[in-house]
Design a protein around this ligand. Structure first.
Ligand SMILES: Cc1cc2nc3c(=O)[nH]c(=O)nc-3n(C[C@H](O)[C@H](O)[C@H](O)COP(=O)(O)OP(=O)(O)OC[C@H]3O[C@@H](n4cnc5c(N)ncnc54)[C@H](O)[C@@H]3O)c2cc1C
Length: 403
């Protein structure tokens, strides 16, 4: 039995703790915050994310509590015209084996936390900020800002997009500021005109900006999330912004989209950040997971899903004695890097589809509206349909991974 140190108690870190203890190992989760908690509103989970939760024994609880979305609907935000819809019921659920849901972020987190707390072999240690790691071939140690050292047989950096473990392991500097601001507001569904109370994730696409909304809280609330490419270069998060500023930023959108935006209140804003994919995020008995390994823009709604996939894929590989952990970490890295890099790329590229203006937008609409439901399902199958979360790794010789 090994003792594994997980740095970071977010969705990825807790899922990793659950997946690894299922192999008979013990896990210590070091979280910098004084309490284990996750804020935020809605989080879309495609069938692949729910398959990962199924593997952790938590899928039923998510299916019970989340909103099951019927359709992804793409609107021309300027003209207000419907362009195309991808149905998420019948054929989609049969093909991908799970629904597409919107879960409350806090609910999902609490579910993972309760499952971790129920296990004697998971130790949750809040108030522990790691600054880096050491290793000696047989063990790995988290170095905390207090000077304390926490040693185990191996270490996983699941400490998010600003990961201290990544800073030492990959050394690729701060994340890339994408020059895009996203605004968020949650409004009671009762305030939304009845004809717009859709059980859908809806995009209103416009020039250099778009607006997404979807129901959360069992359908009692609508989550509003407009984004604008405004070239912002400084990182910021959770900054209050007035309703007038939000409406001003979305003037090019038509009346239908703006009427919904006008319902927003208590707006907060974030700048979007991500990183370029890297082939190697493993160093001996230290590896990265989730946003620490492959942070992506949220436009593919896959960041948390990929953290969950990482956890399950890595957990499966760790059915071995600690002496093999270095090799298994490399197999995990090789097994996950192409899929996650493709997600990072798709998430970045999505603005090319969503943000054109004028004739380019007309051409985009014509192209999208020609797709049948089956063709749309074909296009997302690699993302939403995954159940194994990477190529088969049995006997694979890892290549090009750091360490
Ligand atoms: C606006 C927005 C919308 C999103 N929507 C979706 C969506 O719909 N679907 C989806 O799948 N994904 C979505 N995502 C992405 C998703 O939120 C992330 O990919 C996911 O939360 C990553 O989980 P993680 O555990 O890897 O990292 P994090 O959630 O960042 O957790 C990292 C944890 O490590 C802790 N930590 C950090 N540094 C240290 C340190 N030095 N020492 C100890 N602890 C440390 C942090 O406090 C935190 O608890 C969205 C993201 C954004 C920004």
């Amino acid at each position: 039995m090994a003792r594994v140190i997980v740095v970071g108690g977010g969705i990825g870190g807790l899922a990793a703790a659950l997946a690894i203890t299922r192999q008979g190992h013990r896990v210590v989760v070091l979280e910098r915050e004084a309490a284990f908690a996750e804020l935020g509103a809605g989080m879309q989970l495609a069938p692949n994310g729910i398959h990962a939760l199924d593997r952790l024994g938590l899928g039923d609880r998510v299916r019970e509590s989340a909103v099951h979305i019927d359709e992804l609907r793409f609107m021309d935000g300027v003209t207000g015209r419907h362009v195309v819809s991808m149905p998420l019921t019948g054929a989609y659920r049969r093909r991908f084996g799970n629904p597409y849901v919107v879960a409350h972020r806090g609910d999902l987190y609490r579910l993972l936390l309760r499952a971790c707390r129920a296990r004697a072999d998971i130790e949750l240690r809040p108030g522990c900020r790691a600054t880096g790691y050491r290793q000696d071939g047989r063990s790995a140690t988290a170095v905390l800002d207090t000077g304390e050292r926490v040693t185990g047989d191996a270490l996983i950096g699941a400490d998010g997009v600003h990961s201290a473990i990544r800073r030492q392991l990959v050394g690729d500097g701060p994340p890339r500021v994408a020059g895009i601001t996203v605004f968020r507001s949650v409004i009671p569904m009762a305030r939304v005109p009845e004809r717009l109370r859709w059980n859908r994730v809806t995009w209103w696409a416009g020039p250099g900006r778009h607006f997404v909304h979807y129901p959360i809280g069992g359908g009692a609330y609508l989550n509003l999330a407009p984004s604008i490419e405004n070239g912002v270069t400084e990182e910021f998060a959770d900054v209050p912004v007035s309703a007038e500023q939000v409406l001003d930023a979305f003037t090019p959108l038509g009346a239908a989209a703006r009427r919904l935006l006008a319902l927003g209140a208590d707006w907060r804003s974030w700048v979007l950040i991500d990183r370029d994919p890297v082939p190697g995020w493993t160093d001996g008995r230290v590896t990265l997971l989730g946003d620490a390994a492959h942070p992506m823009l949220h436009y593919a709604a896959q960041g948390a899903c990929q953290s969950l996939e990482d956890a399950v894929f890595l957990g499966d590989l760790l059915a071995c004695p600690p002496a093999e952990f270095g090799l298994r970490f490399r197999l995990y890295n090789v097994g996950r890097r192409e899929r996650t890099a493709r997600m990072q790329h798709i998430a970045r590229e999505s603005t090319k589809l969503w943000h054109p203006a004028g004739a380019a937008a007309v051409a985009r609409n014509a192209m999208l509206s020609a797709f049948s439901a089956t063709e749309l399902h074909d296009r997302v199958a690699w993302m939403h349909g995954a159940r194994d979360f990477g190529p088969a790794v049995e006997g694979t010789a890892p290549q090009g991974v750091a360490g």
